[in-house]
Design a protein around this ligand. Structure first.
Ligand code: PGA
Length: 251
C-alpha cells in the first residue's frame, strides 16, 4: 500500500546555521519517536550538504526545493539534479506554485525536470493546485488534470516513484486551509486521473499529500481522509515542535 509522508518545505528561509540547528532538532525529536509516516525536509540548495551531515536519513529524508531542467554547462546560477543527488538528498520538490507563478515554470519544463530528477534517483514531490479564481469559477479539477499531464510521458514504473502534492494556491501561507472535504474531493479526482492513465494499481500506490496552511491543529482531520496521504508543510515546518505536531497526527 502507499506510504504516508509528511514533508517540510522550508522555502527561502533560514541561514545555513539556523537550518542545521532546525534539522538537528527535528532529527533529535524523531530519534525516539514512533511514527506512522515517512518524514522529509526539503531545504535550500545551500543547506543540503550541511543538513545531510547532521541527520539520520533512516529517520528523516532530505530533499531540495527545485532542480534545473538542464544536465550541466553554461546555465549560471542553476543547480542540476545530479548536483542535488551528490549532496545526499533523495527528494526534490518540483512545480511548486511559487515556481510556476514567479519563475514561469510550465508543463514542458516540469516534464523535463521530472525526467532529470528520476534519472538521478531523486524522488519528485510534484505539486499541483488551482488559484483562487479557478476555485471560484469551478475549473479547479480541469486545471489540476492538465498540470498532471506534465507527468504522463513517464512509464508506469517511473510514475510509481513520484509523490503528488495538492496545494491549492489560495491556501498557501494564507492561514486559509482547504476543508478536509475539499481536499478529499480533489485527492480522489487526482487518483482517478492517475487510474485512467496508469491503472488502479498504480493510482492506489501513489502518495498524494495535501499542502496549504496545514498545522498541528488541522492535520489530523485532513490526514483522516482516505485519499490524503500526508502533507507538504511550509510555515509550520520552520519550528521543530509544530512540524512534529503534524507528524504525530498520524499516530
Ligand atoms: P504553507 O505552505 O504550509 O506555509 O501554507 C505550503 C507550501 O507552499 O508547500
Amino acid at each position: 500500500m502507499r506510504k504516508n509522508i509528511v514533508a517540510g518545505n522550508w522555502k527561502m528561509n533560514t541561514t545555513v546555521q539556523e537550518g542545521v540547528s532546525l534539522a538537528q532538532e527535528v532529527n533529535a525529536l524523531l530519534k525516539d519517536a514512533k511514527t506512522n509516516c515517512d518524514v522529509v525536509i526539503c531545504v535550500p540548495f545551500t543547506h543540503l550538504t550541511a543538513v545531510n551531515a547532521v541527520i539520520d536519513q533512516n529517520k528523516l529524508g532530505l530533499g531540495a526545493e527545485n532542480c534545473s531542467e538542464h544536465d550541466k554547462g553554461a546555465y549560471t546560477g542553476e543547480v542540476s539534479a545530479q548536483m542535488v543527488a551528490s549532496t545526499g538528498a533523495n527528494y526534490v520538490i518540483l512545480g511548486h506554485s511559487e515556481r510556476r507563478q514567479y519563475f514561469g515554470e510550465n508543463n514542458e519544463q516540469l516534464a523535463t525536470k521530472t525526467r532529470k530528477a528520476l534519472d538521478n534517483n531523486l524522488k519528485p514531490i510534484f505539486c499541483v493546485g488551482e488559484v483562487l479564481e479557478e476555485r471560484e469559477n469551478g475549473t479547479y479539477n480541469d486545471v489540476v488534470s492538465s498540470q498532471l499531464e506534465a507527468l504522463f510521458g513517464l512509464s508506469a514504473e517511473d510514475f510509481g516513484k513520484v509523490v503528488i502534492a495538492y496545494e491549492p494556491v489560495w491556501a498557501i501561507g494564507t492561514g486559509k486551509t482547504a476543508t478536509a472535504d475539499q481536499a478529499q474531493d480533489m485527492h480522489a479526482h487526482i487518483r482517478k486521473v492517475i487510474a485512467d492513465k496508469y491503472g488502479k494499481e498504480v493510482a492506489d500506490a501513489t502518495s498524494i499529500l495535501y499542502g496549504g496552511s496545514c498545522k498541528p491543529t488541522n492535520a489530523k482531520e485532513l490526514f483522516a481522509k482516505p485519499d490524503v496521504d500526508g502533507g507538504l508543510i511550509g510555515g509550520a515546518a520552520l519550528k521543530a515542535d509544530s512540524f512534529m505536531g503534524i507528524v504525530e497526527a498520524f499516530n
